[in-house]
Design a protein around this ligand. Sequence first.
Ligand SMILES: O=C(CO)[C@H](O)[C@H](O)COP(=O)(O)O
Length: 395
Amino acid sequence: MPLYRNQWRQMLIEDLLFIRFLDDMERKWVEVFNVLSAGLYPVFYSKSKRYTLRSYASKFTLQGGELFYGDKKAIKSREEARACFDEFHVSPDGKHLGITRSRDAVGSKYYWFGMSRDTEKWVLECDKCKNPAAPLTPAQIRIKKEARNPPKIKRGVLNKAVEDAKKLAAYAAVDYHVKDNQTVGIGSGSTIIHAVKRLAERVKAENLNILCVPTSSQARQLIHDNGLTVVDIKRHLEIDVAIDGADEVDSELNLIKGGGGCLTQEKIVASCAKSFIVIADYRKDSSALGEQWKKGIPVEVIPMAYVPVSRAIQSQFGGSADLRMAVSKAGPVVTDNGNFLLDWRFDQEHNWSAVNTTIKMMPGVVDTGLFINLAERVYFGMEDGTVKIRDKNML
Ligand SMILES: O=C(CO)[C@H](O)[C@H](O)COP(=O)(O)O
């Protein structure tokens, strides 16, 4: 049924009032709710704003009139958010958890737009947090001691669980996707080490003929050390399958990569492969980018461009884009291509495909660690010894 002029005017007025009186957090909640429940957008939204809102809303579900972000309840108002914060900011032993742990604790159950900013502000306003000299209870003293000297066994157990999970994912990918007479792209990082070992085992046991295309000097060395055949992409453009790790994977198979600084070669190899398979441990599994991986999105830039690119990213998208510094060497990290890396810590949800294109267009940018629409399947090794699969065709 067509809308009459006065009805449009009424809707427009309601929209304008809506923008005026709701704060950002509540407005986002209502916008997502309206899209999911009734397919309604604010009438003055342009096509591209609608698109951004639609892709943001796709991360949420409606359950019994409530909004959920993954398995976390999406909070509508700041009062409600404050109550959720109060529920978690002090541990059962009476210990005030500080900024990071309060945010992680609240974020294990709840989500709201601006959550990081709010938790930081509320922790900073908290007198107990401001006054760490306040007398501690015996339980608090014990927890503090444990935090200073964490029992070594726990770290070992965690490392083992993570390493086992990486191995599970790597073995599943190599066993399922690699066949005789194939050219295989080999990613970089620590998870790929398990994949290359498994590949070498299979080549030996099954007498396979496999050619490996490396994505970094680390991968080249790894292939070589495991007795596999290294070939150059210039002569082997037809890659059957590329296998690589990731720093984070969201619910739509968007990836953040480049924690190891090899994103440009990794993207080239992935885009030349008939299928691009990702292997990761359970810590990389997110419903939205930035949820697990806090080190930001890597961007490879030619050295003279790092300041202008960093400024351009910050002014267009907010957050902070910082030069990655080396740990065992003075000065910045230099990539295999002789470039620098910026790590962009973003502070809100974005349309990642549009952001990727915009950043790539900035003069001096070589590539970004955003891998959009490239992964066909991800294998997550889980803590309980199972393998979880996220597949493009099952989204
Ligand atoms: O993108 C990468 C390197 O540029 C790696 O694949 C990513 O950092 C994951 O590494 P790991 O397997 O060590 O967790």
